[in-house]
Ligand binder design. Structure first.
Ligand SMILES: Cc1cc2nc3c(=O)[nH]c(=O)nc-3n(C[C@H](O)[C@H](O)[C@H](O)COP(=O)(O)O)c2cc1C
Length: 188
């Protein structure tokens, strides 16, 4: 499978802030498959966003939120990977999405959902519902799932470096890139 060809900027949101996060490892591995001018940047702002407060929207929007929203605005598409916490979406990611609800950066933004566990369907379902509610364009064909739960960093590296896994990641990324490019053309 060739590398997806495009010049897109994809912004990746990781639901885990953990240094050794398997979701972060998955997003990094997908980013490494992008190639050919497509850049994937993993968001580092989620842990710095204040707790969402509708009284701090508009002119009172915190600087960190403005920086985050600007990244979302510039992104041609988003890649999101999150663990399940207590059958739900991790609070930090949900908080980041809450800041976007009343803003104009998120509607119709193409989203590729990926999942680093064989479990966590409650969180996946909840996240899908939230993303639909905030009117993103969820690219179903791009959904990619692989089980990294409970694996050591070394085991993860092996799984993610496997040629068949890399091929699958490229296939799903290509589906996302194609859908994102198509949307860009339709908008012109
Ligand atoms: C507070 C907490 C709650 C969790 N709740 C669930 C859960 O409800 N269902 C599940 O499948 N895993 C649960 N887990 C396990 C995580 O989803 C799992 O360890 C995941 O791989 C963490 O992602 P990360 O490696 O990207 O940090 C929980 C972990 C923590 C720390």
């Amino acid at each position: 499978m060739p590398h997806p060809a495009s010049g897109l900027f994809l912004y990746a949101l990781c639901g885990s802030l953990r240094k050794n996060s398997s979701n972060h490892a998955l997003l990094e591995a997908i980013g490494a498959e992008a190639g050919n001018g497509t850049s994937v940047e993993i968001c580092t702002l989620i842990g710095d966003l204040p707790i969402f407060d509708p009284d701090r929207e508009g002119d009172a929007t915190p600087a960190a939120v403005l920086e985050f929203a600007e990244k979302i605005r510039r992104a041609d598409g988003l890649i999101i990977s999150a663990p399940e916490y207590a059958h739900g979406i991790p609070g930090g990611l949900k908080n980041a999405l809450d800041w976007l609800v009343s803003r104009d950066e998120i509607p119709h933004k193409p989203v590729m959902l990926v999942h680093a566990s064989h479990r966590g369907d409650h969180a996946l379902e909840a996240l899908t519902e939230v993303l639909k509610t905030i009117s993103v364009t969820l690219v179903d064909a791009a959904f990619f799932r692989i089980n990294l739960l409970g694996k050591t960093p070394e085991q993860r590296r092996e799984i993610l470096a496997d040629p068949e896994t890399r091929d699958r990641m490229r296939t799903h990324l290509q589906a996302f890139v194609t859908a994102t490019e198509l949307r860009g053309k339709l908008e012109v």
